[in-house]
Design a protein around this ligand. Structure first.
Ligand SMILES: [Ca+2]
Ligand SMILES: [Ca+2]
Length: 385
């Protein structure tokens, strides 16, 4: 009996948190993407880097893609966006098998690119401050020995200096509201990345922008949150984590999990960890990393496969919002089976060949959701001037 109750809770948790399954979209894309980034200022603009080093852009949340004229013969490996008065895009391109690369910048959403600087390094992670214009950090490998260091630029990438001689592969995490605080693993900087010391107690993997802002740590002992700048940590979940390549946060939403030879698990929360749901529906072999573009559009990557979680198909009348218009479309088809003249495949939200209460439940779970953001999204809580 206890098992049955557990199973019931398990199934309803999945059904009521993420109503759609992940979908393998590899064949629908112009190339197998390895990373995707959304422009923070222009709604719906997304950049993608493919496994053969090409650059693509979409202006409609990924519904259609256009290959961008590459600025270089080198392969695009990393991308980042810099928040100033106007967003600009940065990409790092390297020739194959060369430990040398060039940083390129575009001020017009990728239409034109110009070189900023070239360095004799192999770049692993490039990121820009949300708050301080022209402040960049880049994790690099210097030679075949694999020796790593952290480089910092305060002029938009023209000049770089080494600020940390040895660095782990942990991600660079900017404090969500305090622009001078930055974390890498258990190291912290309190001076915009200039100097680093031990300080956070745990490996910081992400952050949210609730009040007070949260820092997250995902480790083999579980998932933890701190709401006092890493002075104390509180457990959210006692599942082993962190074997998974990384855990990914976007405001209140996060995806975390673990993957090894025999096991794969993935969890999602859209409320800062108060409710955490297991979430592997539609993914046969696990994911290596995840990119959260919004609470309704999430990409997952595994080898040459790209998976997509997308709630916009529930927008049956293409109004960019789930509301009465969609209910009318579903109502007209309600009670019909595939083959019937009233059947509407679009309204069959769970793809079971029948329009019934289950499809209505999915629509009600997404009720009121918006699929576009007309307002410019602010870079953070910190005033930009
Ligand atoms: Ca609609
Ligand atoms: Ca159905």
């Amino acid at each position: 009996m206890k098992n049955h109750i557990y199973m019931f809770v398990f199934i309803t948790t999945i059904a009521y948190s993420m109503p759609f399954a992940w979908k393998d979209v590899t064949e629908d894309l112009p190339a197998p993407f390895t990373n995707i980034q959304e422009d923070s200022q222009v709604s719906g603009v997304i950049f993608a880097v493919s496994n053969n080093g090409k650059l693509f852009r979409s202006v409609n949340w990924g519904k259609t893609w256009l290959e961008q004229t590459p600025p270089t013969s080198g392969q695009v490996r990393l991308s980042a966006q810099m928040h100033a008065s106007v967003d600009c895009w940065l990409i790092w391109a390297e020739e194959a098998n060369e430990r040398q690369g060039t940083l390129w910048r575009s001020d017009d959403l990728g239409a034109n690119w110009y070189p900023v600087t070239s360095l004799n390094v192999h770049a692993l992670h490039l990121t820009a401050s949300r708050h301080v214009p022209d402040l960049l950090l880049m994790l690099v490998e210097h030679d075949d020995s694999g020796q790593r260091s952290l480089l910092r630029s305060t002029d938009g990438g023209a000049n770089w200096s080494e600020v940390l001689a040895q660095s782990s592969g942990n991600p660079i995490v900017w404090h969500p509201t305090t622009p001078w605080k930055i974390y890498i693993g258990s190291l912290v900087s309190n001076d915009f990345g200039e100097s680093w010391s031990d300080g956070s107690g745990k490996v910081v993997r992400g952050s949210d922008r609730k009040l007070p802002p949260g820092l997250y740590s995902a480790e083999t002992s579980g998932l933890f949150v701190s709401r006092d700048d890493a002075r104390s940590w509180w457990p959210l979940m006692e599942e082993k984590l962190n074997v998974f390549d990384a855990s990914y946060w976007s405001d209140d939403s996060f995806v975390t999990g673990f993957m090894d030879d025999s096991e794969f698990a993935l969890f999602f929360s859209d409320d800062g960890g108060e409710r955490i749901s297991p979430w592997t529906n539609g993914i046969p072999n696990g994911l290596a990393h995840v990119r959260i573009l919004s609470d309704w559009l999430i990409y997952g990557f595994q080898n040459d496969k790209v998976y997509l979680y997308d709630e916009s198909p529930a927008d049956l009348d293409n109004s960019l919002r789930i509301d009465g218009g969609d209910l009318i479309v579903l109502s007209i088809a309600f009670g019909s089976d595939a083959g019937s003249p009233f059947y509407n495949a679009k309204a069959d939200l769970n793809n079971d060949g029948r329009i019934d209460g289950q499809d209505l439940t999915i629509l009600s779970l997404l009720w009121g959701k918006n699929f576009s953001y007309d307002d410019t999204k602010p870079p953070g809580d910190f005033p930009s001037e």
